[in-house]
Design a protein around this ligand. Sequence first.
Ligand SMILES: [Zn+2]
Length: 381
Amino acid sequence: MMLDIRQFIFILPLFISSALTAQFSSAKHVIIVAIDGFRWQELFHGADSSVLFDHRQVKDTAMMKTLFWDEDHKERRKKLMPFVWNYWASRGQLWGNQSLNSKVSVQNPYRLSYPGYHEMLNGFIDHRIKTNKPKKGKKNNILHYIASRDDFQGRVALFGSWERFKDMVDTGFVAVNAGYQIFEAKQPGPDLRSANEAIEFSAYKHLGTRPDMLTFSMAKDYMRATHPRLMFIGLGETDEFAHHRQYDLYLNQASLIDKMLCELWTLIQHDPYYKDQTLLIVTTDHGRGRAQNNWHRHGFMVPGSQETWIMMMGAGVEPLGEMENMPSVRLRQIPSLISSSLGLQYQPNHRVAASFIRLKPLPGKDQALLYGMNLHEPGKR
Ligand SMILES: [Zn+2]
C-alpha cells in the first residue's frame, strides 16, 4: 500500500469508554450487506485452484477456468469480483486478507450463522446462542436500538434471503422481510412486484433460503420508495451452494453479488438522499474450512471457520484499499462501527466491543475536537 496508514486511521482498543466512540457523525445513513459464509480466500485471492479444478465440485472445470482463473491472484480476484477490485479497492477499505496480516474473525466459538449474525448485530457473544435455532434477545441489537430513536423511527429495515432473520429482530420497530415472504407496500415498484410474484408462485417455498436476487430486488425497491436510514441486506446463497459442494455455483454467486454491490453503490450515489452521506459496509457471518476437503463446511470443528472480512466504502471512509499489518478485528465490533458512524452511542444492557476504526466526520461539521482530540493529528490522541 502506498499510503502510510498510521497517518490516517486509529486503531482503538477493543473496549474503551463508549463516550469516546460517539462524538460526531461521519454518515447520515448506513447500509450493511452480509454475504453468508463467503470466504476471505475467494475475496482476496479469487478462485481456489485446489477446488476449481476438482471435477467432483465443479461441473465444467474448463469453462470455469476460462472465466475465473489466472496464475496471478490479483488478476484472478478481479475476474471474480471486478467491481470490488477495479473500483472499491481504490475508494474504500478491505480488511481481512490474512496473507497481508490483516485478520478479521468471529469471536463466538460456534462459527455458525445465527451466532455470527448475533455477534454482528449485538456486539457481544451470547453463549446461549450456539446453534441456528431461533432464540430470544432480539430487542437489544443495533437495528432495534437505532430504530427506537425518534429520528430513526420507521427508517430501519432488514431484507434477508434466510428465513431465520425474522427471528433475530424485533419486527415492531424494524421492517423485516426474509425467506419466502412477500412484502406488502402501498406503491410497489416493478422490482418489488416481480419479486413478490416470484415468491408467491415459487416451487421452493419449503426451503429456508430464497434466491438472493429476490432479496436484492426487494431491498432496492424499498430503498428507493422509503429511504431507510439504516438497512441490513442479508444474502445467503453463497453458503447454500458451499454446503452442497457446488464450487462453480458458489463462485458464480460471488460474481453476481459483485454486480449487486455495483448496482447498490450506483443507487446510493445517484439518489440525492443518500449521495455522499452513506456508509456501505459488507461483511460475512463466518468463514469456512481452508482445504479442498473441508472448504464447504464451517463450525466449531472446522479450522478457518472463524476467519472473516469487512469492506467499507462511502461517507467517512478513507481510501486505503487493502489493509495490511493491522491488529486483529472482531465481528462484534460492527455495531459500534455503525452507531459511531451515525454519531450515536450504542448502549444496551450488555458490554459492547468498541469500533475498530474512527471514520472522518461529515464535511461541514466541526465537532472533531470534542474530548480534546484532534482527529487529523493522531499524535494528539
Ligand atoms: Zn452462515
